[in-house]
Design a protein around this ligand. Structure first.
Ligand code: F6P
Length: 360
């Protein structure tokens, strides 16, 4: 029997379990034996490899609905630059690459974002793996696909946050600043800002000035409304272009902080009473919305179909209302930021939302 491995890599998000479930079910139909590797590439470093047999007959019906990943993941330790408990930097990629063979795999499906895809593709090259990728990330910045698992659920959480901030903003005549995730892109801020009725959306792709933000808040006041909702993407920088992000304890990446800077500047510029909410990991762990379960199911099934056809070094993708597959390298090369004249940006402007710039 063919043996198929599945792992989840990078930051978790809602819908990963639905993808694991779909892939395991499809693999069962082909008669494959399926192993779920624990903790992303870390599971492949262990000897014996840290993996668990996945049999859909044992699934208890909750997997589709569950946030996070039952296999565990790893967002901070790249095997090419592994940091051990004493702080030593090691190249553990050969061990990870060999882990695939230790487990006797014929193919591996990796569910990850662009960073994970790049690492997994390199490992596949070293280890001679038969590898297929499935895109996931709340940030929605993976190239060559219009959809990544987890984005819709994160946008939903951020939209709900605005729903909860609006009544308290109105009751106290406050400007509420909501900082959302998105890593280097503004997709979550843009979609949640439109859906949740923001007055200002600040994203890293569109330079802003506090003057323009203050003008928008003044205009709202003049119209007779005394509160405002401001959404800020985490990668937005200070007005003079300094990054404001706290160091991430795991090293490598960074997270959080710009919301407080923006809130402070708005208070100075407008005299408004401002409160800041940093939404953080709440955006990652929720129950997946139906769109994420759907795409996870589509991707999980298609990934196993690719394995059955012997089509490797591909990533499953959603384009023009269909599931397709693309060269893995395309997804890695084509980081997808918000385009400044995209439909959503134009929609936001059409609704009177300000990006803090001078664009009409
Ligand atoms: O890429 C997903 C993401 O949640 C980003 O939006 C955020 O910048 C980062 O991961 C947070 O990473 P960590 O969970 O390692 O703190």
């Amino acid at each position: 029997r063919k043996r198929l491995g599945i792992l989840t890599s990078g930051g978790d998000c809602a819908g990963l379990n639905a993808a694991i479930r779909a892939a395991a079910k499809r693999a069962q139909a082909y008669g494959y034996e399926v192993y779920g590797i624990r903790a992303g590439t870390v599971g492949l470093m262990h000897r014996p490899v840290d993996a668990v047999r996945l049999d859909p007959n044992d699934f208890d019906g909750t997997l589709l609905r569950k946030g996070g990943t039952v296999l565990g993941s790893n967002n901070s330790n790249d095997p090419f630059h592994y940091v051990d408990s004493d702080g030593n930097r090691l190249d553990r990629a050969p061990e990870v690459a060999q882990g695939y063979h230790e487990l006797g795999l014929d193919a591996l499906i990796g569910i990850g974002g662009d960073g994970s895809m790049a690492i997994l593709r390199r490992l596949a090259g070293i280890g001679g793996w038969n590898f297929v990728g499935v895109p996931k990330t709340i940030d929605n910045d993976v190239g060559a696909t219009e959809v990544s698992i987890g984005y819709a659920s994160a946008v939903n959480v951020a939209t709900n946050a605005l729903d909860n901030l609006q009544p308290t903003a109105a009751s106290h005549n406050r400007v509420m600043v909501l900082e959302v995730m998105g890593r280097d892109a503004g997709h979550i801020a843009l979609a949640a800002g439109i859906s949740g009725g923001a007055d200002v959306i600040l994203i890293p792709e569109i330079p802003y000035s506090i003057d323009a933000v203050a003008q928008q808040i003044e205009a709202i006041r003049k119209s007779g409304r005394n509160f405002a909702l401001v959404v800020v993407a985490e990668a937005v920088q200070t007005e003079s272009g300094e990054p404001v992000r706290q160091q991430h304890t795991g090293g490598g990446t960074t997270y959080g902080g710009i919301g407080h800077y923006i809130g402070g500047r708005i208070a100075e510029a407008t005299g408004a009473e401002v409160r800041v909410t940093v939404l953080g990991h709440v955006q990652r762990g929720g129950m997946p919305v139906s769109r994420d379960r759907l795409m996870a199911s589509v991707f999980g099934v298609h990934a196993v179909d690719l394995v059955a056809q012997g089509k490797y070094d591909r990533m499953v993708a959603w384009q023009n209302r269909q599931v397709v597959d693309v060269p893995l390298q395309d997804a890695i090369d084509q980081f997808q930021a918000v385009e400044r004249d995209s439909s959503l940006v134009r929609t936001a402007r059409g609704l009177g939302i300000s990006f803090g710039d001078t664009d009409p």
